[in-house]
Design a protein around this ligand. Structure first.
Ligand code: NCD
Ligand code: ZN
Ligand code: ZN
Ligand code: ZN
Length: 437
């Protein structure tokens, strides 16, 4: 007997959204009703009525910091997973800037052993680049890719000198993801602004030019050695232009929800809470990134979920760590964008699930298609709810989106065919699996 039938949803299939029933068996999508037809509800363990709801593939967030090991007071895989599930995110790729950083095979295995018993979403791991760990990275099995921090940010990973960068692009054939900010520009501007304590100084230090220079440099290296490169958390219209012009060489990119909906006005309003790398920019950048997302020049939306405790964030400008949480609110922000006509549901599904799966080569995920894993989200549209502090599930306990009234919320999240999130509750605990790349 199949396990689950999801009836009458508005289902976002790879070739477009339409009304359909979905049957799930053994954790996978077993069948999808043909247009105009129905699946009979007779013999299922459970039937979910999705009338009036949108059914999307579970989101794959390719950029999170779940802080294990070393930062568990900010987040761990229990709290991070719950925030993800409430946000319709069923798979996350975790970044290597933990403590210790994921730069050795031993650290990678240690992280796997810590995460496996805690994770309630599916997961994959990046390794981080140092000046001398390439041999070790090449021996790692089943990693998302190699992350290079070209500009300094939270955690100590940093690599910006020519020789080690060239060595990596020349000899690493896996996916290279870069944090593209120019370290020399950051350092020079930090000195120039050292007397200032205004949070707006962040954008004067980590300038648009610094993002553009590093992006150009990374893409230059990728083209020189014929490698694909993925630009993380693109924040400006300028980077989007560069990536657009070089897409044919295998350049891909992601944007965060905060760079879509927040800008320097948020820094004025919430100060260091809105401090992250790269910084928030301007309204024109928001608009350009939305447009790039709508027309497909932006490959994926990823949260850069970077929780820090409120007490840490409330230090002065120089003391406050960079980073904001986001994994719980990415889909609501995008569905709100659908409500206001900024993009289509099909684009949401593509940028949050299908494209991430393609780009990283994640097996069996990212589409609502027969044979694919039954990681699904049922979302309501057109009914506005404010983002409230008391609903925040990340251990950090705050959100930069507090008070935003959003149209479009995940109501039910399904992981491997099990209902793991249902309107504020977590009815079953299911262990997520490490994905296969
Ligand atoms: C991230 C963090 O806190 O780990 N912070 C941030 O401002 N984005 C690190 C990063 O992604 O650069
Ligand atoms: Zn980064
Ligand atoms: Zn990050
Ligand atoms: Zn409602």
């Amino acid at each position: 007997m199949p396990d689950l039938l999801i009836q009458r949803g508005h289902v976002v299939l790879p070739d477009g959204a339409r009304q359909a029933d979905i049957a799930v068996s053994g954790g996978r999508i077993e069948s999808i009703s043909k247009p105009g037809q129905r699946l009979s509800a007779g013999n299922f363990g459970r039937v979910l009525d999705a009338t009036g709801m949108v059914v999307l593939p579970g989101a794959i967030d390719v950029h999170v910091h779940f802080r294990v090991p070393g930062g568990e007071r900010k987040e761990d895989w229990e709290s991070g997973s719950m925030a993800a599930l409430a946000g319709g995110v069923t798979t996350v790729l975790d970044m290597p800037n933990t403590a210790p950083p994921t730069t050795t095979l031993q650290a990678l295995e240690d992280k796997r052993h810590r995460i496996a018993p805690q994770a309630r979403v599916n997961w994959g791991l990046f390794m981080g680049a140092t000046a001398d760990n390439l041999d070790e990275v090449k021996r790692a099995r089943n990693i998302a890719g190699l992350k290079i921090y070209m500009g300094s940010t939270t955690g100590g990973l940093l690599l910006y000198q020519d020789a080690p960068l060239e060595n990596i692009f020349e000899h690493y054939s896996g996916l290279i993801a870069v944090h593209a900010e120019d370290e020399q520009i950051i350092r020079a501007n930090s000195l120039a602004f050292q007397e200032s304590v205004d949070p707006l100084v962040h954008g004067r230090i980590r300038t648009i030019t610094s993002a553009r220079r590093a992006t150009e440099r990374a893409i230059g290296l990728a083209r020189r050695f014929g490698r694909p490169v993925h630009i993380c958390h693109m924040s400006t219209a300028e980077e989007l232009d560069i990536v657009t012009d070089t897409r044919q060489y295998g350049v891909t990119c992601e944007v965060t929800p905060h760079h879509l909906v927040l800008n320097e006005q948020a820094v004025v309003e919430i100060g260091t809470l809105a401090k992250m790398n790269p910084p928030l920019r301007f309204r024109e950048d928001n608009d350009a990134l939305w447009a790039g997302l709508a027309d497909g020049r932006v490959d994926c939306v990823a949260t850069d979920h970077a929780p820090h405790l409120l007490a840490e964030k409330m230090g002065g400008y120089w003391e406050a760590p960079s980073g904001v949480p986001g994994v719980q609110h990415m889909l609501p922000i995008l569905l709100d964008g659908v409500h206001f006509g900024r993009l289509t549901l099909e684009r949401v599904a593509h940028a949050t699930a299908q494209r991430p799966a393609e780009l990283f080569g994640i097996r069996g995920k990212g589409r609502i298609e027969v044979g694919y894993d039954a990681d699904l989200v049922l979302a309501s549209m057109g009914d506005a709810h404010p983002v409230r502090l008391r609903d925040v599930l990340s251990r950090c306990g705050w959100t930069p989106y507090e008070g935003m009234n959003l149209y479009g919320w995940p109501e039910v999240t399904i992981l491997g065919g099990e209902v793991v999130y249902d309107r504020g509750k977590f009815p079953t605990v299911v262990r997520g699996s490490e994905v296969t790349f």
